[in-house]
Design a protein around this ligand. Structure first.
Ligand code: CA
Length: 406
């Protein structure tokens, strides 16, 4: 799947610094005649995909929003360390909310597990990371964003097929609201599927005849499980475990694609941090150490790859996997991240924003989302306090300094 399938939530956390939305980016001019020509071409492709021309003309009647284009090209101006990403996505609040969802939807999750073989905690963890359990799923009109990206910018072929897939879902009645919204890149609903993934994977689990991942929690959770199943999920097996690496471990051996048997890793001195047993010796596994030999390390199996396929990012897969473990009652990672300035939970991010507001920084709403305005305010405070690096990062050190009234 494309990296463009950024869920709103991971997008906000991973690319929090992209300034496009807030600093008057260069929005290209809109050429109505060129757009009309582009749509005529898409109309032909849509017909081949089974969308009658009258339906296309009705559904594709949109005016492009050129402000989407700078987002396609935005490079994050601030980078987000893995520990910040995980501190925000897997915080106590998301664990508590997830445990409440497990109770509330127990019967449904049991039926999903019986049918697709994916456990409740993993399904709920995906839901929590993708859309904060359905609370945040994107505010940009999908037809408009995808029509714009289908006719402008550097990924037109990719977005053209997503646009056609979206119109087909609307034409066939899975999606009823033509003004449906999602992320700027076209992911939407509880599970943040792209339209083509939706078409391929989504299931009608509540039996009303429609696959509705926007308003039906049963459809959304079953579709998530179906996605994992289709990605090779092995029922009843773990995704992986946190491990201790032996002294002198050759870090070049780490990496998701370097597969060895569990017996081989054990012979090399890799062991679970909690002393527990690893799966059978002939199980294929990789060892990952995403922040190097001094940070947390993990032994990962086939189910980790299934999670990884959802969004093709190590940060994302670890968020899901470690949130699922905490939903099972786990207490979190044993090894600290290799930093003296740890990341902040959403509650701590709101606390930091409140302190910045009190110091007169115009950062808008206290929402726990660290966008460009908050970054700039943090940077100004880091400079005032002589903290280095003055990188605008929301970490424990600046929070503690402001809390101490410095
Ligand atoms: Ca349904």
């Amino acid at each position: 799947m494309s990296r463009l399938r950024l869920s709103v939530l991971s997008g906000l956390l991973l690319c929090a610094g992209s300034a496009a939305a807030q600093t008057a980016p260069d929005v290209p001019a809109y050429d109505a005649a060129a757009f009309a020509r582009c749509m005529t071409g898409i109309r032909g492709e849509a017909a081949k995909a089974g969308i009658p021309q009258a339906a296309f003309d009705r559904l594709a009647d949109v005016t492009p929003d050129m402000s989407v284009l700078p987002l396609l090209n935005a490079q994050p101006e601030f980078t987000t360390p893995l520990w910040d990403y995980l501190a925000g996505l897997v915080d106590d609040q998301r664990v508590e909310d997830g445990r409440a969802r497990l109770v509330e939807h127990r019967a449904l999750l049991d039926r999903v597990a019986a049918q697709y073989g994916v456990d409740a905690e993993t399904v709920v963890a995906v839901w929590g990371v993708e859309s904060d359990y359905g609370r945040i799923s994107g505010k940009r009109p999908l037809r408009v964003s995808l029509a714009t990206l289908a006719c402008h910018g550097r990924r037109q072929a990719f977005f053209r097929s997503e646009f056609i897939a979206l119109l087909k879902l609307m034409h066939e009645g899975d999606l009823r609201n033509p003004d449906l919204t999602g992320s700027w890149a076209g992911a939407f609903g509880h599970t943040q599927f792209m339209p083509s993934t939706y078409a391929r994977i989504a299931v009608d689990f509540d039996g009303d005849g429609r696959r509705d991942l926007v308003d039906s929690i049963p459809d959304a959770l079953a579709s998530t499980a179906n996605y994992l199943k289709r990605s090779g999920w092995q029922t009843g097996r773990p995704w992986g475990f946190e491990v201790k690496l032996p002294a002198g471990f050759d870090i070049k051996q780490a990496g998701r694609t370097n597969r060895r048997t569990v017996a081989d890793w054990t012979a090399r001195g890799v062991a679970r941090v909690d002393g527990g047993a690893l799966p059978a010796g002939d199980t294929r596994a990789a060892v990952i150490a995403p922040t190097g030999a001094n940070g947390p390390a993990f032994i990962v199996f086939r189910n980790y790859d299934a999670i990884y396929s959802y969004n093709a990012a190590e940060s994302y897969a670890l968020a899901i996997a470690t949130l699922a473990d905490r939903l099972r009652g786990g207490s979190g990672l044993a090894t600290p991240w290799p930093t003296d300035d740890p990341g902040l939970s959403r509650a701590q991010r709101r606390e930091l924003q409140t302190l910045l507001l009190a110091r007169g920084h115009d950062i808008g709403e206290v929402d726990g989302m660290i966008g460009t305005a908050t970054r700039r305010a943090i940077q100004a405070e880091q400079r005032r306090l002589g903290l280095t690096p003055d990188d605008g990062r929301a970490g424990r050190r600046i929070l503690d300094a402001l809390n101490a009234g410095r």
